[in-house]
Design a protein around this ligand. Structure first.
Ligand SMILES: [Zn+2]
Length: 249
């Protein structure tokens, strides 16, 4: 995952991968970005004590996939803000304007979406990509729901019999523990997603770096759980060894 693509602000919008064909790159269409400053911001700029970061500007932009037969169009909107930079020695400072996207639809995929993912998982991941721009805490919550749907996909138990033969409904933490007995090695990653989702739900805000860590952990876990990448590579290696290096295509 290239974190530069998912920053808070951009000098110019990055060339995200197309969310429709997942092959092409998005490029900006004409009149990009369309920016308007509010009238109250213009008034504020007349004040002697006004700073560039008092400016309030909104922008919209259309991006198009460069694969001819796809041509997906993505709408982006948000604020244009002034950001203060200083040189390495901290002596000189200067302002630069940057775009802060708050809405990107359809949303580019922050991690690859496997064709083998269940529709229920797919739906939650798609919502997480959209909410990433709009509301980071809601995005974290969607990732937590994604983990629940992933447990359903692998048919991790939902109940357990107690010693008194009563049926106990397992919470997500307990389901992850049961799942670890079925497919070991992913408990910590899934628990981390659960914790970040819980924190986002209760506190209403979440750190962007923590959220990107979650996507990174999820990407790694899905490579193994859904696409079994290591097993596939091991099988390819075995085949090459058996054929003494000759490919058999
Ligand atoms: Zn495309």
């Amino acid at each position: 995952m290239n974190r530069d693509l998912w920053s808070y602000s951009f000098n110019k919008l990055p060339r995200w991968t197309c969310p429709h064909c997942q092959q092409g790159l998005l490029h900006s269409l004409g009149n990009y970005p369309h920016v308007e400053e509010t009238e109250y911001s213009k008034e504020d700029q007349k004040l002697a004590e006004s700073e560039p970061d008092w400016t309030m500007e909104r922008f919209v932009a259309l991006l198009k996939c460069d694969v001819a037969h796809c041509g997906e169009v993505v709408a982006v909107g948000g604020n244009r803000v002034a950001e203060l930079f200083q040189d390495f020695e901290g002596r000189e400072q200067h302002w630069e304007s940057a775009l802060v996207p708050l809405f990107v639809r359809p949303a580019p995929h922050i991690i690859p979406v496997s064709k083998n993912l269940s529709p229920a998982c797919n739906k939650q991941l798609g919502k997480a990509f959209e909410l990433y721009w709009l509301d980071k805490a809601s995005c974290a919550n969607r990732l937590r729901i994604f983990v629940e749907r992933l447990m359903d996909h692998f048919e991790a138990p939902t109940t357990k019999l107690t010693k008194k033969d009563k049926v106990h409904l397992l919470n997500l933490s307990e389901r992850i523990e049961e799942f670890d007995k079925m497919k070991p090695g992913h408990k910590d990653a899934l628990d981390a997603l659960r914790h970040v989702g819980n924190y986002g739900s209760h506190e209403g805000q979440i750190d962007t770096a923590a959220l990107l860590d979650c996507f990174e952990l999820l990407e790694d876990a899905l490579d193994e759980l859904i696409d079994e990448k290591k097993a596939m590579l091991a099988a390819k290696a075995q085949k090459l060894i058996q054929n003494k290096g000759k490919n058999t295509w």
